[in-house]
Design a protein around this ligand. Structure first.
Ligand code: SAM
Length: 480
């Protein structure tokens, strides 16, 4: 029985409710009056200095996703962009994945790390190798990482992950440091989540892969990940363990996208209803080719236009969440997605174990083909050309603004006085320490323009002074 507050995955991702939602969406997709009303409902509304947004239920958002009217689709994109700008401004947060180990005992049919794949070398970084990778990442300019590992209690036990997090935070090369480590590892216990929290992680990320239980069981035939309920209830355990920033995601292409979309929103609604705070981020990965993996085998690949519509509809339904797109997607797709709600992207990524210390991109342990192979500096330059501020900010998490405290900052209208100057100050660090001359020139032109948008004069003055201090000496890490 559908119950968003239940702690049982079979209730909060109720199969019957998803099927009913799809029928409801199909029946109403040509009801343009309803579609328009839903879009008006989703639009941000002024509230004091800030804005609020009601979001949409999984049923409402599914009607939008099913609607094929070109004018309405354009309006979806417009409102999605309005929401993104209202809560996140024109900032785009940058991060990179760091693959620690590809040892894995699961049998996931879409992942090259699956246990039966004997054609890839298995590799696990030592702490010394992690240091070298982190130095390479710091030398690119990264401040925020997402660590990735297969599930293998013998080769990658929790102690290994915890030690690796300590190592990452301990490296300070030249002016570099990693200030936020997000973690994407297999579902685990409340005790383990407590330890990850104590190690100072940012967001705990776990992709659901598919919300269709039957399909999930087929796609994960062996290994601990086969347990659908344990996997689907992981975010509740993470939150019980004290991690209040959790990141959801579906691996699009495994199952019908309308089903996945409804399931994803129901998961977000469940977290709101039972934990009092929704997902900090939602990722939208698509299955990519990899060693032993052909995405066509799954029969559910989605074209770029539908992919864009999915992202826009997620933004309309879950207005305050950060939305992430990785280098699985090429430049053109990422450019479009940035206009419909995406707020974080990876850049300069290597998806192989030990990839950042290699001069030539290694393919042997790659988890998936990287479509956007530009350097971080090229991505930074391109973002600014497209009118987005590349941000390396990690301030919220370090100032304790996580969970619902982050959400209230989002709603209060303080973003322009807080996140905006932080983005500009971290961009200055990047420009001073890592940027190529053209990037630096374009960056300072952007910073001059963007400083003027800070409404509080005192904040604007302090931000300007800090930026000057960074230009004139080696002082770093200013933040509001
Ligand atoms: N091992 C952890 C787990 O099982 O959740 C997470 C780490 S895994 C390295 C990160 C994610 O990569 C997976 O959750 C999956 O969605 C994604 N992934 C796996 N194979 C992929 C492929 N062929 N193309 C795109 N993404 C893939």
């Amino acid at each position: 029985m559908y119950n968003p507050k239940s702690s049982n995955a079979d209730d909060f991702i109720d199969h019957g409710e998803i099927l009913d939602t799809l029928i409801y969406a199909e029946a109403n997709k040509n009801n343009l009056k309803l579609v328009d009303e839903l879009l008006e409902k989703a639009r941000p509304k002024k509230n004091g200095n800030g804005c609020t947004c009601s979001g949409l239920t999984h049923r409402e958002a599914s009607v939008l996703l099913a609607c094929e009217d070109p004018e309405m689709i354009n309006k979806m994109y417009q409102v999605a962009e309005e929401i993104k700008l209202a809560f996140y401004g024109n900032r785009i947060v940058l991060f990179a994945p760091l693959y620690l180990s590809n040892y894995c005992i699961n049998g996931c049919l879409y992942c090259p790390y699956h246990t039966k794949n004997k054609s890839i070398p298995r590799k696990k970084l030592t702490q010394e190798e992690i240091k070298a990778e982190v130095i390479a990442l710091q030398d690119m300019g990264h401040k925020r990482l997402a660590i990735e590992a297969g599930e293998d209690p013998v080769n990658n036990p929790l102690e290994y992950i915890l030690e690796s997090i300590d190592t990452i935070y301990s490296v300070h090369h030249k002016n570099g440091d990693i200030r936020r480590v997000n973690v994407n590892i297999a579902a685990t216990t409340v005790e383990a989540y407590k330890k990850l929290k104590a190690a100072g992680i940012g967001t705990y990320i776990l992709f659901q892969e598919t919300y269709n239980k039957k399909r999930y069981l087929e796609l994960h035939p062996t290994g601990p990940k086969h347990d659908y309920n344990y996997h689907t209830e992981a975010m509740d355990r993470a939150m019980q363990g004290g991690i209040d920033d959790v990141g959801l995601g579906v691996l699009f292409g495994l199952e019908g996208y309308k089903y996945e979309f409804a399931g994803l929103l129901m998961h977000a609604e469940h977290l709101e209803a039972s934990q009092g705070v929704g997902p900090h981020t939602i990722s939208v990965p698509r299955v990519k080719p990899a060693d032993d993996i052909n995405p066509d085998d799954f029969n559910n690949s989605i074209p770029d236009e539908i992919f864009t519509k999915i992202a826009a509809c997620i933004r309309l339904a879950v207005p305050y969440t950060g939305m992430i797109i990785s280098t699985r997607e090429n430049e053109a797709v990422r450019k479009k997605m940035l206009t419909v709600g995406i707020s974080q992207i990876s850049g300069g990524s290597r998806t192989s174990v030990g990839g950042y210390t290699e001069t030539i991109r290694p393919h042997d342990t790659e988890q998936f083909d990287v479509s956007d192979q530009r350097t971080l500096d090229e991505v930074v330059y391109w973002l600014m050309q497209c009118g987005h501020i590349p941000s390396f900010c990690t301030a919220c998490y370090r100032a304790g603004r996580t969970g619902d405290r982050f959400m209230s900052l989002c709603k209060s209208g303080q973003i322009l006085n807080c996140c905006h100057p932080n983005a500009l100050m971290t961009l200055t660090e990047y420009l001073e320490d890592y940027a190529k001359p053209d990037t630096k020139k374009l960056g300072y032109e952007m910073i001059e323009r963007e400083l003027l948008k800070i409404p509080n004069e005192n904040v604007q003055k302090i931000a300007r002074e800090n930026i000057e201090a960074m230009k004139n000496n080696n002082k770093r890490d200013f933040r509001f």
